[in-house]
Design a protein around this ligand. Structure first.
Ligand code: SF4
Length: 242
């Protein structure tokens, strides 16, 4: 890009200098980032297929270290065979493992799903509880899974879901320094407007897939370019002859 292009000039004016941004300025910038993402990705939503909180809970447990596409390929047969928490809690572990094998870590996931469903039956009348405190007590359910279920199945903004895309881009955007998801979420909820918490993650995930990829972020033309300090992004050298 030409050094004097309008985009570069805007970035110099709006992106913070590292370590010099006040808390207020960061909140204002985060609000602008959230608004810009809403314009760029108005339809972004959870990419896991589900028809109930129970289905999303199980799908999210399966999504650890696995693509949503792969999870969606196994949840159809899984919920046809075991459509309720009661039915799934009564499944044999080896039968469940066979169905979810392709999602990876299938033994641990099967164990967690069975334990989770048994707890839903024993303590919650076969219903998925609607609070963070109760959800994180279920076997195999951490804060991220609980936030996914609360946000996408119940429409409740209890926090910001931080997966690898959200963590990576939030660090590049200078909204957190932390690689630990819980600490990163703590930073994000301080600056991202609450009414954006649920969609913010879906939009950053889409942004990470299409623009701000792990290996090669496409900064020129990125809708967040003027708001992003690009922390840790190394400028790519132009290819010879390119
Ligand atoms: S693509 Fe570049 S400018 Fe856009 S969010 Fe990622 S690092 Fe920032």
């Amino acid at each position: 890009m030409n050094r004097s292009s309008p985009a570069r000039t805007r970035q110099a004016a709006a992106a913070p200098r590292r370590g010099r941004e006040s808390a207020t300025a960061r909140m204002e910038r985060a609000a602008r980032i959230a608004a810009r993402l809403a314009e760029a990705y108005p339809e972004a939503s959870c990419s896991l297929d589900f028809a109930s909180p129970f289905q999303l809970l199980v799908a999210t447990i399966l999504s650890a270290q696995c693509t949503d596409k792969r999870v969606n390929a196994v949840t159809g047969p899984l919920f046809t065979r075991w459509p309720t928490p009661e039915a799934l809690a009564a499944a044999r572990q080896r039968d469940l493992e066979a169905v979810i094998r392709s999602t990876g870590f299938f033994r641990a996931k099967a164990r967690n799903i069975l334990g989770c469903c048994q707890t839903l039956v024993d303590r919650h009348g076969g219903e998925v509880p609607g609070t963070l405190e109760e959800l994180v007590k279920l076997p195999g359910v951490g804060r991220k899974t609980a936030n996914v279920v609360l946000g996408s199945a119940f429409g409740m903004a209890a926090g910001v879901v931080v997966d690898t895309h959200v963590g990576r881009i939030s660090r590049r955007l200078g909204l957190t320094r932390h690689t630990d998801a819980v600490r990163a979420e703590r930073d994000l909820v301080k600056v991202v407007p609450r009414d954006h918490w649920i969609a913010f993650s879906h939009r950053l995930i889409e942004h990470g897939r299409g623009v701000c990829s792990a290996r090669a972020p496409h900064c020129p033309g990125c809708p967040l370019e003027e708001l992003c300090p690009r922390v840790g992004v190394v400028a790519r050298r132009p290819r010879p002859g390119g």
